[in-house]
Design a protein around this ligand. Sequence first.
Ligand SMILES: [Ca+2]
Length: 209
Amino acid sequence: MSLFLTELLLRGRICVACTLVAAFGSAHAAAPVNLALKAKASANSEYNANLAASFVNDGKVPARLCRNDNQRAWAVPGETHRQGAELTLTWEQPVQIKELVYFGRTAFEIAECWKECEVYFDSDPQPAQSVTFEQRHGAQRITLPEPRMAGRVTLRFKSSYGGSNPGASEVMVYAAELSDNELRVLQRPFYENPLADSELSKTAYDNLK
Ligand SMILES: [Ca+2]
């Protein structure tokens, strides 16, 4: 066999091997599991039955300014709870938690995002983490210094950006820190409800420009 032919065959094998690794590598890469979907959500305040705490972990993220997040988001009455409320997720068995992801309530006003937040586990009197969210649509990380086993996590929201009725479109919980790519998948338009592109939401969006 000529040297040239040998080299061609070798290159071919390497290419096939690379292709297989790429294909199987991506096919076998497990998507991170959102542990919040298995939790029971409760809150010390709910705007009404359509904006109850149970909609904070239903896997649905209403589109930015879509003007309809009934039964897809949690909100509190701003008149009484604009600067503070508590949201709790409880599991039947303890789970490992390293990162939570908060989606502000943004279907009507971006200012309905919570601002300062403390994270408590089980009956710990001290917060495990404190964060300040941005006033924006989409996923925002709450990363813990270390993974933590817990049967209950409470988000104590201590202030908001002053919107009418603050809340959360969704809260997700993960055993490990998400990679930037995994977080990107949670951003629009990949994760939002299909109703995102309704004429109503487009009109609301255009009005902001
Ligand atoms: Ca939701």
